[in-house]
Design a binder for this molecule. Structure first.
Ligand SMILES: Cc1ncc(C[n+]2csc(CCOP(=O)(O)OP(=O)(O)O)c2C)c(N)n1
Ligand SMILES: [Mg+2]
Length: 410
């Protein structure tokens, strides 16, 4: 009562700051295999507790356990491992290329490779992702050529987007990868709208929306949930909770909701949390959600619990806002190491083969990089033509643009 009349403003604070000892004791991790797998037509009211748990398949011994296990063959898992390793190797080379001045900007996926790589394998041809900048695994896992990605990063003469997008903001209709918008959370309303259009035209394709923990604070996220739940849009609503939004910790956007998945509950949307560093769990949950969408059961909200090990982007230095060793303390481990250990445990992989695969993958990435660099980099070699900037917006170029093109002399 001492405070009567004095209002206090609350600003959530992270547990630890630089120089402190990383502490994730507040993250409750259920045992692998302990969360049940409901039928896809389950009454959402009966699974509300799933928004506060974490679905996990891989246990500490590297075994796949529980009701969400058993969907993928050894060959599919080996392929998944290769995709994640490729993404990590690609990231390392492109981060270096940025430091060498070959591109102005880069964003890595370090620690989050399982999310986009495993998710892609749960979709079908023609389904459409509305990704953010941290889902390049959707392209890698779908066989999109690395050299084309690099051409885009270098904004060179072979850049399919002709230098008009920020580096790493890819686009490929054929690979179900909608042009990335830098304005975060727009992905949500666009994906829900696309999914509704797919249903209105009696098509069979579903959409997947992507958002980070921080961006759920945008009103677009909430508007999208209204439309998705009211019209039961065939969409999977993905929230990648990597604990950080640049320098802002996840508690700011999460506020009092407990978890990001819990945001879906007020809309009556089945809302699940999954171990985002567990390839098998991500894939199983994505498959469950995709099947619900495809069977007209409506949207599913999935929160992937993961950790952004690297910097936000090539322009960021995390040592300014979090302890250096925080990623080592992250309790869900590394997605590549965990899948590798599972495959070794199954007797289909070994440390030697892993080291050899790393070297082979690096060779492929370097070969793609050489090829891309033949088409130019940011400051050297071929560039898109200035003429290109007048193309691609209108089916027929309006007179004022025609005049401007003439004035530009291109
Ligand atoms: C609408 C909007 N507001 C602000 C920004 C600037 N911005 C770029 S990335 C970022 C952090 C996003 O964090 P999160 O959603 O958690 O995604 P993550 O980077 O962790 O994958 C911000 C604020 C933006 N791109 N768009
Ligand atoms: Mg984030």
């Amino acid at each position: 009562m001492a405070d009567a009349g004095l209002l206090r403003f609350h600003v959530p604070e992270p547990e630890v700051r630089p120089g402190g000892t990383p502490d994730f004791s507040n993250v409750t991790i259920p045992k692998a295999g302990s969360v049940p797998r409901p039928e896809i037509d389950v009454d959402p009211r009966t699974i509300r507790d799933m928004a506060f748990s974490i679905i996990r398949v891989l246990n500490r011994a590297g075994e796949a356990v529980g009701p969400w296990a058993g969907l993928l063959s050894d060959d599919e898992l080996l392929e998944g491992l290769r995709h994640m390793m490729t993404l990590r190797s690609f990231d390392a080379r492109m981060q270096m290329a940025q430091r060498q001045g070959k591109t102005s900007f880069y964003m890595q996926h370090l620690g989050e490779e399982a999310v986009s790589c495993a998710f892609r394998k749960a979709l079908a041809l023609g389904d459409m992702n509305f990704p953010t900048y941290r889902q390049a695994g959707l392209l890698i896992a779908d066989g999109y050529p690395m050299v084309t990605m690099m051409n885009q990063i270098y904004s060179n003469e072979a850049d399919p987007l002709k230098g008009r997008q920020l580096p790493i903001m890819y686009s490929s209709k054929e690979h179900g990868f909608f042009s990335i918008s830098g304005n975060l959370a727009t992905q949500y309303i666009q994906a829900v709208g696309w999914a509704m259009a797919s249903a209105i035209s009696n098509d069979s394709k579903i959409a997947a929306a992507w958002i980070g923990d921080g961006s759920t604070a945008e009103s677009d996220f909430h508007s999208a949930l209204v439309f998705a739940s009211t019209y039961k849009a065939p969409v999977v609503l993905n929230v990648v909770n990597n604990q950080w939004a640049i320098s802002t910790f996840q508690g700011i956007a999460r506020g009092g909701s407990g978890t990001f998945a819990a945001r879906g509950l007020g809309f009556g949307i089945p809302s699940l949390r999954v171990d985002g560093n567990d390839y098998l769990a991500v894939h199983a949950v994505a498959k469950w959600a995709a099947e619900r969408a495809r069977k007209n059961l409506g949207p599913t909200l999935v929160e992937y619990v993961t950790y952004r090990v690297g910097a936000h982007s090539s322009s960021d230095d995390p040592s300014a806002y979090r302890p250096k060793a925080e990623s080592d303390a992250w309790p869900l481990g590394d997605p590549i190491v965990r899948l590798k250990n599972h495959l070794i445990q199954r007797g289909v992989w070994s440390d030697e083969r892993h080291t050899q695969a790393e070297a082979e993958i690096l060779e492929t990435v370097i070969a793609a990089q050489r090829e891309a660099e033949r088409h130019g980099t940011l400051h050297a070699g071929g560039k898109p033509s200035a003429r290109d900037m007048f193309e691609g917006v209108y089916a027929e170029m309006p007179p004022h643009l025609r005049r401007q093109r003439q004035q530009a002399g291109v």
